[in-house]
Design a protein around this ligand. Structure first.
Ligand code: ZN
Length: 102
């Protein structure tokens, strides 16, 4: 993973940082470069999200469909139930969304 100069990590949660580190490993293991956008001021495809600072879009535009599914499946498996990993057009949406436990 390489952080471009225009990436500002300020304002994102530690839980999302861990998820990005895991995502970087998954991408690296497949010989892929992780390119991501942090969602800090608005949600993905909407004006408001309750998860600001806990979401990122991982670029998948350059991956074929099978590789997208494999990356998504591996990320879901590694991150567990507290994270949402969803295939969307052109990206994999990653969200820290902790489950309530009794
Ligand atoms: Zn998204």
């Amino acid at each position: 993973m390489k952080l471009n100069e225009d990436i500002t990590l300020y304002g994102i949660s530690s839980e999302l940082l861990i998820a990005l580190a895991v995502a970087a490993t998954v991408y690296d293991n497949k010989g892929l470069a992780l390119v991501f956008t942090l969602l800090k001021s608005r949600g993905c495809g909407q004006d408001f999200s309750p998860y600001l600072g806990n979401e990122a879009d991982l670029c998948s535009r350059y991956l074929d469909k099978e590789t997208q599914r494999k990356v998504k499946t591996e990320l879901s498996s590694r991150l567990g139930a507290d994270y949402g990993v969803v295939l969307e057009r052109g990206h994999i949406h990653l969200k820290y969304q902790p489950k309530l436990r009794g």
